[in-house]
Ligand binder design. Structure first.
Ligand SMILES: [Zn+2]
Length: 265
């Protein structure tokens, strides 16, 4: 399925835009706000800036409890790799992906679509039991949701969060990845207010195009130096190539000295 074909490019543009965002300028905004709040004890409380955050939260929305900037880094540091698996769970492909991850001792992050989690709670529980993390990937995988109303975006995110949490037996998703990378400042803050760090990616394996195992493996090998977060899929079409590509590229990454971690929160 070609759901990421168009929006993958936008995701990169978005990621790049946030990457070059004026950290100093925005930090200055925070400093000024903190300063004014301290100077006037009667002023309404200003939310404390979350460490490393460069985006300014909208005071009309619930406060973010995790950083609302799009995460790309790995909690394993400079030689970390974050394997992310999107669009499932799927009864055919998720068990095969889990098997390959387990065989290689790799923990990954699964970005699930709400109704699929609801339909396959056993698979969601298997993912959690193997030590992987959950990520909210919206209700209907609408890659144009960034152009739609706040109420729509909120429902897409929060309904999926509830479905995934129920299916897992109470384990909450720790991240939110917008379908196709279609984040908005609003959607990032709503997710962050629920403890879900917005999650981007650096390396798109393009497995949804089924380009062949060798091509996918080479894409990861050639692009991993650009950033740690790698995008794969366990649903949305025949993912046989994905399973085989993971089987080949995970040992290669280890040989190169990479360690497997989770996206920073
Ligand atoms: Zn997706």
């Amino acid at each position: 399925m070609a759901r990421h074909r168009i929006m993958g490019a936008n995701g990169r543009i978005l990621a790049a835009a946030f990457g070059v965002m004026g950290v100093t300028a925005l930090a200055a905004v925070w400093t000024a706000q903190s300063g004014s709040a301290e100077a006037d004890p009667g002023a309404s409380p200003t939310p404390k800036p979350i460490v490393g955050q460069t985006s300014k939260p909208d005071p009309k929305l619930p406060d973010p409890v995790v950083n609302m900037d799009i995460a790309h880094a790995s909690d394993k540091g400079a030689k970390g790799v974050n394997i992310t698996i999107d669009d499932g769970p799927d009864p055919t492909w998720t068990p095969q992906v889990l098997q390959v991850l387990k065989a290689n001792g790799v923990k990954a992050t699964f970005c699930m679509v709400g109704p699929q989690a609801q339909a396959h709670p056993d698979l969601v529980k298997d993912v959690v039991a193997d030590g992987h993390r959950l990520c909210d990937h919206s209700m209907s995988h609408d890659t144009t949701m960034g152009t739609k109303s706040s109420a729509y975006q909120s429902k897409e995110i929060l309904d999926a969060q509830r479905m995934i949490t129920k299916a897992s037996g109470g384990v909450k998703p720790l991240y939110y990845r917008a379908p196709g990378g279609a984040f908005t400042p609003y959607s990032r803050q709503i997710a962050a207010s629920q403890g879900m760090r917005p999650l981007g990616w650096n390396v798109d394996s393009k497995d949804f195009k089924q380009p062949g195992v060798d091509t996918m493996v080479n894409t990861v090998k050639n692009e991993i130096s650009s950033g740690p977060t790698v995008l794969f899929h366990d649903a949305g079409g025949d993912r046989g190539q994905t399973v085989e590509a993971l089987r080949q590229v995970l040992p290669w990454l280890k040989e190169q000295g990479y360690g497997f971690g989770f996206p920073v929160r």
